[in-house]
Write a protein of this length. Structure first.
Length: 752
């Protein structure tokens, strides 16, 4: 029963687009109930210490205030958060809102003021008087780096650095060409358009329905049932639309705890929505200090790679991500030593942010490779080709597929790399210094066990369902395409349902694994329906398929057609009717193949080229062109896929030039906690971004041949821009973002 693919591989608009642009798609804070109460969070003003007292009388006296929750009167809680901890929270003692008087980070929620309406809650919250017993805090990673340690409790799913290969230090010492520098990236916050919010609908009898902003409803379900000791049958979590998340919605955030706590206590519906300022009290991309040392032969052939990263974490959880492993994955090298350490600071725990770890580590590595290219006098693209590896030297495995060489070739061709002049500052145009840079990118191509259900009804409509999310990536659309193809139906006859904890099991939408995982599960469920339908069609009276076996038929245009004689067919509706079927429903689970996983490594790759123009006097950097050539297996929908890469590249542009959560270490908090002062790129900052999908055949990474695209777009993006800035200006900026002050302009001639 092989089917043609009408939709797979074709550019399609988002099926959820009309709902989003007309406003009928509702987000977590947009659900209401007759008795809805509103909670406003009060955030701690110190970074470390204790709450000595909270005076609530003035706030309680405000008309419309229902209750003020603090650590002193918090209702009893089961705190069985172990299961939640295994899923996404880093190892340690998970943060528990309102647990006790202890303050462990600035912005920590210390009270929830619940009132009849939001304005009243917010006003009353302003009347709380909090006295603190402050203790000295440490929020500066630079000062804590001496305390750095190798994480003892490993985070699930996060590979530690591989064992050393060869003798990196000895090879480095003996190498004719050497580079040895430190690289830094500022803290960044996710800043999705939709702030974190939870609306808890009190259904009576201890039952609640929770509209949560989350990348995985079943994760929130596990958290709620564990922490509050509730039965799964009394809790349902919904998140059909997510207004961006970038990783901030992997872990249930504290507003979920507060909203559920208040609803259970008050026995009425409660909404808690964080303010934009409070979005800077959640996880973030950690600050890092990285050292990369490269040794090479005179022709740029790598002889030694040393990469050490120190990343900030909180005092209560060991947040870990894969920062350094990319340095022994991307290039061939016999002598490699990688280390990854954490240093505790008095902030909230960092969180996964789009391509966690890779974004940081690949920036440092790809900057260093660029520096090596100049030191060796080798073209920056050529040095990457010269050090190419066909195998995963970390694991001693072949790749399921790797078309990075083709990414280099096609990207360079499209960009016009061969017209680049080698020397820094050699491509000046008027007052602008022009620079071209390149970087490589890689991201793991993962697949996770996922279940899905498919239900075909007699009217010829198909519904597919799994508990995953669509965080703007296009999940609804690609699931619809895959399902439509599997049963030969028009896309208009297919509905995808996601974002409901009652649906078949799915992991969080994250890690770029959703297309491969949920897509494979939906396809498997549809195939199970197809088999049943085929049996029904064959058994129908006077069936043209009576003697056919499955390999003889195709499902196209709502018909089951004899491949050898397409004029002979039975419609899906007739087959259902003949069998007396109103509804055919099947559930299936797709799992990665463990034997394949043992034998092969699966990664996506990219080659990204950037052009910048730097004002020679003012140091203003404009990114004027980007070409990103990506090898990610089969592309389900070139339109949504391209949009993912563009989004990633823009994120990298922000990291390179503007995004920075600026700490005030005296106060131990971030100063620019708003979108006026935290600068994300806007339209005028973003140039034409040319995305190339390189042909890549992969029959091992996932049943669909798909590798995932949510994250690869950002990896390498900042490095390509930084490398272009060096080529333009001759100034190597090793600390992101590359703000004006780091690109000191030329002194005007004749002035001291
Ligand atoms: Mo992603 S950082 O797995 O949402």
């Amino acid at each position: 029963m092989a089917n043609g693919e009408t939709y797979f591989g074709t550019a399609r608009g988002r099926v959820d687009g009309p709902a989003k642009v007309t406003g009928s798609a509702r987000y977590a804070a947009e659900f209401a109930a007759a008795d809805l109460a509103h909670g406003h969070v009060v955030s701690a003003a110190i970074a470390k210490g204790r709450i000595a007292a909270i005076e609530t009388a003035a706030a309680e006296a405000v008309h419309g205030v229902l209750r003020i929750f603090t650590h002193a009167n918090r209702p009893g809680t089961a705190w069985r958060d172990a299961r939640y901890r295994d899923e996404v929270a880093p190892p340690g003692s998970p943060f528990r809102p309102l647990h006790d008087a202890k303050i462990v980070f600035s912005g920590q929620p210390i009270a929830l003021v619940v009132a009849e309406d939001d304005a009243t809650a917010r006003y009353a919250a302003s009347l709380l008087r909090v006295r603190y017993a402050a203790e000295p805090h440490a929020t500066d990673l630079e000062r804590q780096r001496g305390q750095a340690y190798v994480p003892r409790r490993k985070r699930t799913g996060i590979a530690p650095p591989p064992k050393p290969r060869g003798d990196a230090q000895k090879a480095f010492d003996a190498a004719p060409v050497r580079i040895d520098h430190e690289y830094r990236v500022a803290v960044e916050h996710h800043n999705p358009m939709e702030p974190h919010a939870s609306t808890v609908i009190w259904e009576g009898d201890g039952r609640i329905t929770v509209h949560d902003k989350i990348q995985g409803v079943q994760n929130s379900l596990g958290y709620i049932t564990g922490v509050f000791g509730l039965s799964q049958k009394n809790v349902r979590v919904l998140s059909p639309f997510v207004g961006g998340a970038f990783g901030s919605g992997l872990r249930p955030q504290y507003q979920l705890f507060l909203a559920v706590m208040a609803a259970l206590d008050l026995k009425r519906s409660v909404r808690v929505e964080l303010t934009r300022d409070q979005m800077f009290t959640l996880g973030y991309r950690p600050a890092t200090i990285q050292r990369v040392a490269l040794g090479a032969a005179p022709d740029g052939t790598l002889q030694a790679i040393l990469h050490d990263a120190i990343a900030g974490t909180s005092t209560f959880e060991d947040y870990q991500e894969v920062v350094v492993n990319w340095s022994s994955l991307l290039y061939h090298c016999d002598n490699v030593a990688l280390t990854y350490r954490l240093a505790q600071i008095d902030t909230y725990t960092p969180a996964d942010m789009r391509a966690p770890g890779a974004t940081l580590g690949v920036f440092a590595l790809e900057s260093a490779i660029d520096e090596l290219a100049y030191a060796a006098g080798v073209d920056p693209l050529e040095i990457r080709r010269r050090n190419y590896t066909r195998t995963d030297e970390n694991e001693g495995k072949d790749f399921t597929s790797k078309e990075l060489m083709e990414c280099y070739r096609l990207g360079a061709e499209r960009f016009g790399w061969s017209r680049r002049s080698a020397a820094p500052r050699s491509m000046r145009e008027g007052r602008e210094l022009v620079g071209w840079g390149v970087a490589s990118g890689a991201w793991e191509a993962m697949m996770m066990k996922t279940s899905a259900r498919a239900a075909l009804t007699a009217d010829g409509r198909l519904e597919v369902a799994t508990a995953t999310a669509d965080i703007g990536t296009g999940t609804y659309t690609i699931l619809t395409q895959i399902a439509a193809d599997a049963l030969g139906l028009p896309m208009e006859s297919v509905t995808a349902r996601i974002g409901d904890s009652a649906l078949p099991h799915s992991p969080v939408e994250g890690g770029s694994w959703t297309a491969a995982s949920a897509g494979s599960a939906v396809q498997a469920a549809c195939r199970a329906v197809r088999e049943k339908l085929f049996s029904a069609a064959r058994a129908a009276e006077n069936s043209p398929l009576a003697n056919a076996d499955p390999s003889h038929v195709r499902f196209v245009n709502g018909r089951i057609v004899l491949a050898a004689d397409p004029a002979r067919f039975i419609t899906v509706a007739d087959a259902m009717r003949a069998a007396g079927l109103e509804r055919l429903e099947e559930e299936a689970t797709a799992s990665p193949d463990s034997a394949t996983q043992k034998r092969y490594s699966a990664y996506t790759h990219s080659a990204i080229f950037a052009e910048v123009r730097v004002d020679a006097q003012l140091g203003v950097v404009r990114v004027t062109r980007i070409v990103n050539a990506v090898a990610a297996g089969r592309i389900i929908n070139p339109r949504t896929a391209r949009s993912q890469i563009i989004g990633g590249v823009v994120f990298g542009l922000g990291m390179a030039l503007t995004e920075e959560s600026l700490p005030d270490h005296a106060l131990g908090r971030f100063m620019n906690h708003n979108l006026g002062e935290y600068h994300i790129p806007v339209n005028a900052d973003v140039p034409a971004i040319d995305v190339i999908f390189v042909d890549e055949h992969d029959d091992k990474a996932s049943p669909l041949g798909v590798k995932g695209l949510g994250e690869i777009g950002i990896v390498g993006s900042a490095a390509a821009i930084a490398n272009a800035v060096y080529h333009a200006t001759g100034t190597r900026v090793r600390s992101l973002p590359m703000t004006l002050d780091k690109l000191l302009p030329e002194k005007p001639a004749g002035r001291a």
